[in-house]
Design a protein around this ligand. Structure first.
Ligand SMILES: Nc1ncnc2c1ncn2[C@@H]1O[C@H](COP(=O)(O)OP(=O)(O)OP(=O)(O)O)[C@@H](O)[C@H]1O
Length: 240
């Protein structure tokens, strides 16, 4: 089945991850539709990181099935899984994770370079323009502000036109104003190009930019809030 043939960007079916007696994820079943922006929230230890790692193929669940664009990750060997992650999943992390010795353009095109894929110049230009870094392409990450570094990381995540972008606390290291700019760009990626986005965050303000919020508690999805507001998210969060 091709990625284009499925309406589901990511699906998890009865996914469990056990560490000894601890079930960090406990039978999670969920489908992320294409073009949706979903936030995942939950208290510390509720399983958010484990969820992100299993859903993105960075880690293998103990039980259950994860599909990206219809492809069952459990059926892929290590090399094919790495390739799928590189080509069909974008990642944005709190710590930016840019390569210090490479300039902005080299960082952005790295996933293409690693996959031996020719950059599409018009898409590359569009992505760079959208994140506002057209005049910074020859700069190294150390010459950029935190917000600019995160925007470069976002461009790197978008450059392969992935099935899904997983953003793990992408605004955690940014001041509130810069954080809003990054969230607006994430929102635009969904609204303008139909990018599927999964945002893991502690921050109700950030979660409220999503179409819906999933609440995790003790490794399970315990609630979904569609059309969230910061106050409603905060209230639900406090009751977990
Ligand atoms: N490698 C591991 N070995 C043992 N236990 C683990 C491991 N990784 C996670 N856990 C446990 O699984 C549970 C979920 O952890 P996880 O890191 O996914 O939570 P989280 O919601 O991301 O927490 P935080 O918000 O504090 O980062 C916790 O009880 C944690 O101690």
């Amino acid at each position: 089945m091709t990625a284009e043939a499925t309406a589901q960007a990511v699906s998890l079916e009865s996914v469990t991850k056990a560490y000894g007696a601890v079930r960090a994820l406990d039978g999670v079943t969920w489908t992320f539709p294409r073009g949706g922006f979903t936030a995942v929230m939950g208290p510390s230890g509720s399983g958010k990181s484990t969820f992100l790692h299993c859903a993105s193929g960075l880690d293998r669940p103990s039980e259950g099935t994860v599909r990206i664009g219809g492809v069952d990750l459990g059926r892929l060997g290590e090399a094919k899984r790495t390739r799928l992650r590189r080509e069909r999943i974008g990642f944005v992390f709190q710590a930016f994770n840019l390569i210090p010795s490479m300039d902005v353009e080299q960082n952005i095109t790295l996933p293409l370079e690693l996959g031996g894929i020719e950059a599409d110049p018009s898409w590359l230009n569009e992505v760079v323009r959208r994140v506002g870094l057209s005049d910074r392409l020859r700069h190294r990450p150390s010459e950029l502000s935190g917000g600019q570094q995160q925007r470069a990381a976002l461009a790197r995540a978008l450059v392969t036109r992935p099935d899904v972008v997983f953003a793990d606390e992408p605004t955690g290291a940014l001041d509130p104003r810069t954080a809003r700019e990054v969230l607006r760009l994430l929102r635009e990626a969904v609204d303008i190009t139909g990018q599927t986005l999964v945002l893991v965050t502690h921050d109700p303000m950030a979660a409220a930019w999503a179409d819906s919020v999933l609440f995790l508690s003790q490794g399970r999805i315990v609630d979904e809030m569609v059309g969230p507001s910061p106050t409603a998210v905060m209230n639900r969060w406090e009751s977990l």
